[in-house]
Design a protein around this ligand. Structure first.
Ligand SMILES: NC(=O)c1ccc[n+]([C@@H]2O[C@H](COP(=O)([O-])OP(=O)(O)OC[C@H]3O[C@@H](n4cnc5c(N)ncnc54)[C@H](O)[C@@H]3O)[C@@H](O)[C@H]2O)c1
Length: 552
């Protein structure tokens, strides 16, 4: 297939060369062999198509759903969205996988090695500048963020694949043995797959989240059906084509485009033994109930940062705050949502520096850009509600972006910070409002005095989402106190602490919830994608002098 595509590209390039400038030809020649789209070429007059993959083949659907370009509102990508009446092939495909998986430590162990090889090939391909550039630009088209942010997503994915080359996949399934009570007895603990599983991922990391989760599922022997938010599923569709080129067996995973309702239906009919959901808490709670708990969750983040009493490195910390709150236009689940600032920082100029840094962001290079799930009106309305709280004020931002063609269905807001007094945040009428996750370039800032640390910790305790956090201080007693009385799953501590940017070598996920999932590290893969199985071997011999005991 890849050869066919390459030939097709060459043929198109030749056709184009008769009429178009050389630059265009070179773009086609640089489109990777597996790819069916060229990021720069997609437009209203040249729309891209995204297909499904089930039971080993690419398929269309009776319905095309149009995705609009977040920067100009043009219909530019057609998605073959599977309808409720079309899910049968996906249900059948999943049902072909037994509960004991496609491989496990006692079945087809050579597949662990095969996945080591696939990862090595995929890491090599993704590491080639033309291919990382292809994915970074494709990500930018559907989930607008700066080139550096999009490229970082590709690089994290590439490093992750490198981490699981060679024998590293089989090491994920390392088992242990404990000597038994008598000769011939021993217990072995194994990491066992769930078999048929489902993965649902959101729009904000179109490559990293689905790729890392799907590979983790496959490594451990599961057969996943993957659904990525249709707004961005083109990225993972192209990645799946790359994986096939690297040797991923066609029957090992399915890829579905659908709306949430159809996916919900598929989950209920196909009955996957485990579902990994990454997205909003609203959908997470619905699925947890529908699936009777057979689910792991990576849901909303209302991520806090506490600046300790020791004021230092103000320029650096202002820059980290700016990146944490506003990179990717605040659409990271790890984005800084609230900043608790010790009063010692008031005269440091930190807030002024943050304001200046936020003003450097511009639409032209996508350092600020469209917000895909919250409209400008909704963000402004939220801000106005906060401003009704006594003592609140806009520190900076608070206005819509200007001179743009971002469609109205998406949001466009300047990087915004609103100050709310700490005592007011804690009032029961205000707390829910202030700690509502706004998935956009928006943060709340507050201040605390020496004797108010208890109130800060009370606020952190009362929050529901415990994803990321940062304790910015090099005072070991302060760190110990705050870390010992908080729970967030991915917490950075020290003067360089941040809330965002977790690469593949950091566990990333919420804590404090037994349903909490993780992503990135070997521990995350083992926790999410395998369960413990203990086999107790007891092969004898039965002692020669054994006699029938009395009944017990
Ligand atoms: N914790 C994490 O690691 C993490 C990472 C990224 C995003 N997020 C969170 O995701 C949210 C932003 O994404 P969103 O608003 O697009 O999330 P969302 O919950 O609306 O959608 C996420 C995915 O679920 C699908 N979906 C919706 N309803 C469904 C249903 N009933 N059954 C099955 N699938 C359904 C969507 O189509 C999409 O693919 C934020 O709250 C953010 O914090 C969390």
């Amino acid at each position: 297939m890849s050869r066919l595509l390459s030939r097709r590209h060459l043929a198109s390039a030749a056709a184009v060369s008769r009429s178009a400038p050389l630059a265009c030809v070179s773009r086609w020649l640089h489109t990777p062999s597996f790819a069916t789209v060229s990021p720069q070429e997609i437009s209203g007059s040249n729309p891209a198509e995204v297909h499904n993959f089930v039971q080993g083949s690419w398929t269309a659907s009776a319905n095309w759903n149009w995705i609009v370009d977040p920067l100009n509102g043009e219909k530019f990508i057609k998605i073959a969205e599977v309808q409720g009446t079309e899910i049968k092939p996906f249900v059948e495909s999943l049902s072909k996988c037994p509960k004991h998986g496609l491989h496990n430590p006692l079945k087809a162990p050579e597949r662990y090695l095969m996945y080591g090889d696939i990862s090595a090939k995929a890491a090599h391909m993704l590491g080639q500048p033309a291919i990382s550039d292809f994915f970074a630009k494709l990500i930018q088209r559907v989930s607008p963020k700066s080139y550096q942010q999009a490229l970082a997503e590709v690089q994290v994915s590439q490093k992750f694949l490198e981490n699981f080359c060679g024998d590293q996949v089989r090491f994920l399934a390392r088992s242990f043995a404990v000597p038994g009570n008598h000769l011939g007895q021993r217990s072995n603990g194994y990491r066992w797959p769930y078999g048929p599983v489902a993965i649902i991922t959101p729009f904000n990391f179109p490559l990293e989240i689905p790729l890392l989760q799907v590979m983790g599922a496959l490594y451990m022997g599961n057969k996943p059906v993957l659904k990525v938010d249709s707004k961005v599923s083109i990225v993972m569709e192209q990645m799946l084509r790359l994986l096939h080129e690297c040797g991923l067996p066609a029957e090992d995973m399915d890829f579905i485009n659908s709306d949430g309702v159809t996916m919900n239906k598929l989950l209920l009919e196909a009955n996957p033994k485990m579902t990994l959901f990454t997205g909003s808490s609203r959908v997470a709670e619905k699925l947890a109930a529908d699936l009777k708990g057979r689910i792991k969750l990576e849901d909303a983040g209302f991520d806090w940062k506490i600046l300790g009493p020791d004021v230092q490195e103000v320029d650096y910390i202002a820059w980290v705050c700016d990146q944490d709150a506003y990179a990717c236009s605040g659409q990271k689940c790890s984005a800084q949502s609230v900043l608790f600032m010790h009063k010692n920082w008031s005269s440091s100029g930190l807030l002024d520096k943050m304001k200046k840094l936020s003003e450097r962001r511009k639409l032209e290079d996508l350092t600020i850009g469209p917000v895909l799930t919250v409209t400008t009106e909704a963000m402004t309305e939220h801000m106005n509600s906060l401003l009704k709280i006594p003592g609140s004020k806009v520190l900076f931002g608070g206005e819509p972006l200007e001179n743009h063609s971002i469609p109205k269905i998406y949001g466009a807001l300047k990087p915004t910070a609103v100050f709310v007094p700490l005592e007011e945040i804690l009032k029961s009428g205000n707390f829910e409002l202030v700690t509502k996750e706004i998935f956009g370039p928006f943060q709340v800032v507050t201040e605390y005095s020496e004797d108010q640390l208890e109130l800060v910790l009370e606020a952190c305790e009362r929050m529901n989402a415990h994803l990321t956090a940062a304790v910015v201080s090099n005072d070991p007693l302060f760190l110990q106190d705050v870390l010992g009385r908080s729970v967030n799953g991915t917490t950075y501590a020290g003067i360089r602490a941040r809330t965002t940017g977790a690469p593949q070598n950091h566990w990333f996920g919420p804590a404090g919830d037994p349903r909490g999932a993780g992503i990135g590290t070997p521990e995350a893969i083992k926790l999410v994608w395998s369960c413990h199985r203990e086999i107790i071997y007891d092969i004898g011999p039965v002692p020669k002098n054994w006699a029938l005991p009395s009944a017990t």
